[in-house]
Design a binder for this molecule. Structure first.
Ligand code: ADP
Length: 573
């Protein structure tokens, strides 16, 4: 804060002192003037009275006309101490205690003499021509033509006044100093609470709301303290509200799965929520260091064009697809960048697209062969050709394939729609049932089917788990050549049940292993179709296992065999 030019800031106590000093000096000056004036007037009055009394006494002792006036004058002076002069009404000096009347000029024009001649007691003050000092003169009205005049130098009055003035100054200084001390103490006492309040206000401004002003006996200061307390209270609740709001915001932003980054007008990153760190890997302090680079231009475009800018970019290892949406704040140049991971969305959109294309293709194949075989069948029947039976078999086989495909599609769609209803199931009995179901098929294909089961329960849907187990057994049988072996082994460890279905079949090439769980993915499409496979079996297995809280693992060696293992949590009941 700058002070207005020409005005310094002086403490209140100093202002009190200066005001006091000024007022005191003026009062003391006035007072001493009045006192000195009064005392001077009183001294002159006393002196005048004393002169008059002495003059009257002297007049009574006046000798006769032919008497010795010089001795009389000396005698009066000796008795009273006042210079004594005897003047005739015409102004001729007859006698004087201090000078030779012969050399003294005529006194007729002296003011006191003029007044005395008029019948009054004449008084005057002036510098004496004879003594050279200021004198007070008093002349009595004439008695038998002679005027008695006494005079005294006023020097004594001056000296007395000087001494009184000295005393007044000394007392004034002492009282003044005492006053200074009292005013200084009072000033400090009055300003201390103000200083305290100032410090407390400053502490408030700096965020320390714990100090509360003390109550003061001075009403104005107390009101100020109360006002500051109210301010502190108000400020406290506002700060709490603001803190709560920011806490809520922090919680909300912290819980958001979308990365949220706030960039200020100077391209500094003012805030980033935890998801932003997770998605971007790291969040720098400056926009210029933000990765992926595309998001830098997204932010700048949004700021410059004042529009929402939205772009997708690859980022990180393994590569994720991130969508950055930059929204400008109104007016202040700040930009909110929201980052969303769209990898899974894009992947599932692609999977959906592929699925429709694949499903159409898979359905078309048996339908085409049914149409072709039925045409051929009609012609064969018309001609009574014995090959009609073969065409009928072809139609039946294609229809079976279609039936299997539709059944798998329906299973898959049901599994995706519904969560399984979990109930405790004797998993060993379920596996044993499924083994029985495929035993005949295995025998037909000349395979040895072996099982090693233990009594164990899981929580799950009997129907879904049976489908999964059946698929694994079917695959093991279909992809194993004659004289091969298929083993089903149940075990339990670490709260998990494991079912391993192992075969000594054709095996799966390493590069295909990752993809065999995809819908319609087949390593050998011809073999799959020949065995009635749909390419959906393992997708169903994976889906069922994961929806039961488990997982499926596969190991395989080309030409040696394959092992699929289902892991499921042991039943909790
Ligand atoms: P399919 O109906 O074709 O069997 P699946 O989804 O069940 O479809 O299996 C996908 C592919 O995985 C199969 O086409 C096959 O190539 C391969 N496969 C599955 N199980 C085995 C196995 N036990 N041995 C070798 N290959 C297998």
């Amino acid at each position: 804060m700058s002070s207005r030019s020409g005005y310094g800031r002086t403490p209140l106590a100093t202002r009190f002192l200066v005001s006091y000093a000024l007022v005191y000096a003026i009062l003391i000056g006035l007072m001493s003037f009045v006192v000195v004036q009064t005392v001077e007037a009183s001294l002159i009055r006393n002196l005048t009275e004393s002169l008059e009394t002495s003059a009257e006494l002297a007049e009574e002792s006046l000798p006769d006309v032919d008497g010795d006036f010089a001795s009389w004058a000396d005698g009066v002076f000796g008795a009273s101490g006042y210079r004594t002069t005897l003047i005739a009404v015409d102004g001729v000096v007859w006698a004087d205690s201090h000078a030779d009347p012969a050399v003294m000029e005529n006194h007729a024009d002296r003011p006191e003499v003029i007044e005395a001649r008029d019948g009054q007691v004449g008084t005057a003050t002036r510098v004496s021509a004879s003594t050279g000092f200021e004198q007070l003169y008093l002349a009595l009205p004439p008695e038998e033509g002679l005027i008695v005049r006494l005079s005294v130098p006023t020097r004594e009055i001056g000296e007395e006044l000087a001494s009184i003035r000295g005393s007044i100054i000394a007392v004034a200084i002492v009282i003044g100093l005492l006053g200074v001390v009292v005013v200084a103490l009072l000033g400090r006492r009055m300003t201390r609470p103000i200083t305290e309040l100032t410090e407390q206000s400053r502490a408030l401004a700096e965020g320390d709301l714990s100090v509360l002003p003390r109550r003061s006996p001075v009403s104005e200061i107390d009101s100020l303290g109360v006002a500051i307390s109210a301010l502190a209270h108000d400020l406290g609740s506002r700060v709490t509200e603001a803190e709560q709001a920011s806490e809520y915001l922090e919680t909300v932003l912290g819980a958001l799965p979308q990365g949220t980054v706030l960039i200020d007008a100077n391209e500094r990153i003012a805030y980033a929520n935890p998801s932003a760190y997770e998605l971007l890997g790291s969040v720098p302090e400056e926009l210029a260091a933000l990765s992926p680079f595309t998001f830098q231009s997204v932010v700048r475009e949004a700021r410059d064009d004042r529009v929402v800018v939205n772009r997708v970019s690859d980022h990180g290892v393994p590569v994720r697809r991130l969508r950055g949406v930059a929204t400008p704040f109104t007016g202040d140049g700040r930009i909110l960048l929201v980052v969303v991971d769209v990898t899974d969305n894009e992947r599932s959109a692609a999977v959906r697209r592929d699925f429709v294309a694949n499903a159409s293709h898979e359905l078309k194949t048996p339908v085409s062969s049914i149409i072709a075989a039925s045409d051929a069948l009609r012609i064969a029947v018309e001609r009574d050709d014995p090959s009609a039976l073969r065409f009928a078999d072809q139609i039946q086989s294609a229809a079976n394939q279609l039936d299997g495909l539709v059944a798998d599609l329906l299973d898959l769609s049901r599994l995706e729609r519904e969560r399984p209803e979990l109930a405790p199931i004797r998993f060993d009995l379920l596996v044993a049932d499924e083994l029985e179901r495929v035993r005949e098929l295995a025998a037909e294909r000349g395979l040895e089917l072996q099982a090693d089961l233990i009594k164990v329960s899981v929580d799950g849907s009997h129907r879904d788990l049976a489908i999964a187990v059946r698929n694994l057994l079917d695959n093991a049988i279909h992809y194993t050549d004659e004289n091969g072996e298929v083993y089903a082994t149940l075990a339990e460890a670490d709260g998990r049940v494991s079912l391993e279905v192992r075969d000594t079949g054709v095996g799966i090439p390493t590069r295909d292993i990752e993809r065999i769980f995809e819908r319609f993915y087949r390593v050998d499409a011809a073999r799959s179709r020949a065995t009635g496979g749909t390419g959906l079996g393992l997708s169903i297995v994976k889906h069922v296992t994961e929806s039961h809280g488990g997982q499926v693992e596969v190991t395989s060696e080309l030409g040696v065999g394959t092992s699929f293992t289902l892991f499921l949590p042991v039943s909790s009941s």
